[in-house]
Design a protein around this ligand. Structure first.
Ligand SMILES: [Zn+2]
Length: 178
């Protein structure tokens, strides 16, 4: 909960963080490849034949976004890197959920090959945790980063990051004005 010069502002920190990561990712893509962080212990990921085929089509995009996956068998892949902002304890599960959601997104837009932006949006959604309480400098940083975004008011999927209730509305609700 924040205060602006116009009133009260409620922030969805998950949506805000998603927006920030998404724009950072797109910027890095424009500059070349996104940085990735090697896993200390690469993990194997086994998929159904259909998902394996789907993933094969998207390996190059995922690689450019920092998700390092290589073919390791007909239905098996080796995960050896993740984008540095992905802080997950279970890298394998992160990738399995990511693939599930990409497959679902593919069905929705009825295309076998998804664009970079769709893949980036999905990576961001899975990279963010909603309930870590933020305070002090962390919150300041988040707000600063959000302020620097090209489209700060929604997450990449179109949900609001900020809701404002101005003083007029509040006064009205408290019966101080008509
Ligand atoms: Zn979103």
């Amino acid at each position: 909960m924040l205060e602006s010069d116009r009133g009260l502002v409620l922030m969805d920190q998950h949506a805000a963080h998603e927006r920030i990561l998404y724009e950072q990712m797109l910027r890095r893509l424009e500059q070349g490849d996104a940085p990735s962080q090697r896993l200390l212990l690469p993990e194997t990921v086994e998929l159904s034949p259909r998902d394996a085929q789907f993933l094969r089509e998207h390996l190059p995009v995922l690689g450019r976004l920092g998700v390092g996956l290589g073919e390791f068998g007909e239905r098996t892949f080796l995960l050896d890197a993740l984008p540095p902002f992905v802080k997950v304890s279970d890298a394998r599960r992160f990738v399995l959920e990511l693939i599930d959601e990409l497959v679902a997104a593919g069905r929705e837009v009825n295309s076998f090959r998804l664009g970079e932006q769709t893949v980036a949006k999905t990576v961001c959604r899975h990279a963010v945790k909603a309930n870590d309480p933020l305070a002090g400098p962390e919150l300041e940083n988040l707000l600063n980063d959000l302020r620097n975004c090209a489209m700060p008011y929604t997450c990449p999927h179109g949900r609001p990051t900020l809701i404002e209730m101005n003083y007029r509305e509040l006064e009205k609700k408290f019966g101080r004005t008509q």
